[in-house]
Write a protein that binds this ligand. Structure first.
Ligand code: NI
Length: 250
């Protein structure tokens, strides 16, 4: 019933990948999309999409990789993006949470990857932290759309992204006790929402603190159902359709 549109599946976090995928299936998560966002995890995600039919990947360099990525790496990325099971570019974006020293370099890396997505006509998965204005300025320059990953901003910002054609990845944060995200999500149209865990991070309540996995996606879906006053099945059906449309998965 569900698609986890964003998770970090890696041996770094899980002792037994096969067991994790088995548990995900048992929890009604039929399809997962891994986010490969540095050299190592890109390589690993390309292996898993080869091994498992229901696993897809998005690949792209996270802003935290800004000092490590060469032009040769971006050429390699372009080639890897031609794989049919690589369904998008990301997560890419801007992150000023720890400071703005690398701001200019981050913007250059971000725009180079937006251009790649535009040329290859692939959707993008955007990581934006404490950088809304610059993110929007960059997105406006390229003919791309996709997902604002782990969205937790205001309704006003959401409306700006909607105007640009973007949808929102909603994850465990919506279940956190002092989160105001459910109020915002209740006002975002359901056809602009996809589910994600961002596992192993951001584990939903009541498992907060444990290592996250796609099997906990249902807690995110339940919370969305509650704040929109619709059934869990409806949330599953619509968000799955949305994800399939955005990533062109049949
Ligand atoms: Ni992520």
């Amino acid at each position: 019933m569900f698609i986890d549109t964003h998770c970090h599946l890696s041996k770094e976090y899980y002792a037994d990948i096969f067991q994790v995928l088995k548990e995900n299936k048992e929890a009604d998560v039929d399809t997962i999309i891994i986010s490969g966002c540095d050299k190592e995890s890109i390589k690993e995600s390309l292996e898993y999409i080869n091994d498992y039919s229901f696993v897809y990947a998005t690949i792209g360099y996270h802003p935290s990789e800004v000092l490590k990525v060469s032009d040769a790496d971006l050429e390699k990325l372009k080639k890897d993006l031609l794989n049919k099971k690589v369904v998008g570019v990301g997560e890419i974006g801007l992150d000023y949470h720890y400071g703005k020293e690398d701001r200019d370099k981050q913007i250059i890396l971000f725009e180079k990857q937006l251009k790649i997505a535009e040329d290859l006509k692939k959707p993008v998965v955007i990581h934006s932290r404490d950088a809304t204005k610059d993110t929007i300025d960059c997105l406006k320059k390229y003919k791309v759309t996709g997902i604002i990953h782990c969205y937790s901003g205001s309704l006003e910002t959401a409306q700006e992204y909607i105007k640009l054609g973007y949808s929102f990845g909603i994850g465990g944060v919506i279940t956190f006790k002092n989160s105001r995200l459910s109020e915002v999500v209740s006002k975002i149209p359901l056809d602009r929402i996809v589910l994600e865990t961002d596992s192993p991070y951001l584990t939903p309540h009541p498992y907060r603190g444990e290592i996250n996995s796609s099997k906990y996606l249902v807690y995110v879906a339940e919370k969305i159902a509650e704040c929109k006053n619709i059934s869990l099945e409806e949330v599953g059906k619509v968000t799955t359709e949305n994800a399939k449309n955005i990533f062109r998965i049949s």
